[in-house]
Design a protein around this ligand. Structure first.
Ligand SMILES: *Cc1c(COP(=O)(O)O)cnc(C)c1O
Length: 313
């Protein structure tokens, strides 16, 4: 009997277009609403793709290191595929995030005080148990999965002439570039957005070498990779990419504006991409129909938004 291939775990998310007056850019913005994925962020696209591939090839267990959305996505994928999942988190991961991961059905293991230590432990556990290890941003199948967001926009027939996305370790950026390439859109530029204090890609492009930030000081912790993947650092040689930086305050303001306008909460990591249309309006004015990847994230609540508003605005 030939086993049935699994259907993708992620949803084909809605695509909205704002009125031109929505942002200082004066351009109508396509919003790709990945905040509506069942795991709360785009991460399920790539993590789901990778986990399915591994389970189809015999994996019986999944390990992932993450303090956030990659862990939730792996927990969701494991439950959907019927395999046990363990998420290794550093002891700095907040209790509510640990609870959300556990509530999604995964074991939560605390190891180390920074991501790198938790990650090394997850890699070692997966190796010794012949299980699947899921990296949060550095794997070709993750990029292949993330690329489906571009496939969906193209399939809907939407015309867009740039893509705005936030960047942490750069898995999402790599997926978007892959999606543009496989849809014959290699000339469509990508605007890669980071926050001050988490801008590892920006620093690397400026220095012309892959920089490791000494620390992450932005509240956008989903963008808090101290170093981008090597593949991501190399991407600007293959594809037009413009790197921009916004402040935490800009990101928070964009989250609040988006919440009021669309009635959806997103993390500052996602607010960073939304902020560009107001903060770097001149940049978007070079295009007619920008597409913004609304990447989402579970690290937000009314309570958190209120506290950030008080602190930054
Ligand atoms: C992971 C994540 C990012 C950054 O993605 P990378 O692939 O690490 O660049 C941005 N926003 C949210 C909400 C995320 O979960």
């Amino acid at each position: 009997m030939v086993p049935m291939p699994f259907a993708p775990l992620h949803l084909d998310t809605p695509l909205l277009q704002t009125a031109p007056g929505y942002s200082a850019s004066g351009k109508p913005l396509w919003l790709k609403l990945d905040a509506l994925q069942p795991s709360g962020s785009f991460k399920l696209r790539g993590v789901g793709r990778l986990c399915q591939h591994e389970v189809e090839n015999g994996a019986r267990e999944i390990f992932c290191a993450s303090g956030g959305n990659a862990g939730i996505a792996a927990a969701y994928a494991g439950r959907a595929l019927g395999v046990p999942v363990t998420i290794v988190v550093p002891d700095t991961t907040a209790a509510d995030v640990r609870q959300t991961i556990a509530a999604t059905g995964a074991n939560v293991l605390v190891h180390g005080s920074v991501f790198d230590e938790a990650n090394a432990h997850a890699v070692e556990l997966a190796r010794s148990r012949k299980a699947t290890y899921v990296h949060p941003f550095d794997h070709p199948l993750l990029w292949d999965g993330h690329a489906t967001l571009i496939d969906e926009v193209v399939a809907k027939g939407a015309k867009f002439d740039c893509v705005v996305t936030s960047v942490g370790g750069g898995g999402l950026l790599a997926g978007i570039v892959e999606g543009l390439k496989r849809n014959g859109l290699s000339d469509v530029p990508v605007i890669a957005v980071e926050t001050e204090g988490a801008a590892s890609l920006h620093a690397s492009l400026k220095a012309n070498e892959r920089i490791t930030l000494p620390a992450i000081t932005s509240i956008a912790n989903s963008l808090g990779a101290r170093q981008v993947a090597q593949h991501v650092f190399d991407l600007p040689q293959q594809h037009p990419i413009e790197s921009v930086v916004v402040s935490d305050a800009d990101a928070v303001a964009a989250c609040l504006k988006f919440a009021d306008a669309q009635r959806i909460l997103v993390e500052p990591a996602c607010g960073a991409a939304l902020a560009v249309a107001d903060v770097h309006a001149g940049l978007l004015q070079r295009f007619d129909n920008p597409l913004i990847e609304v990447c989402g994230g579970i690290g937000v609540s009314l309570e958190k938004l209120r506290a950030w508003k008080e602190k930054f605005l």
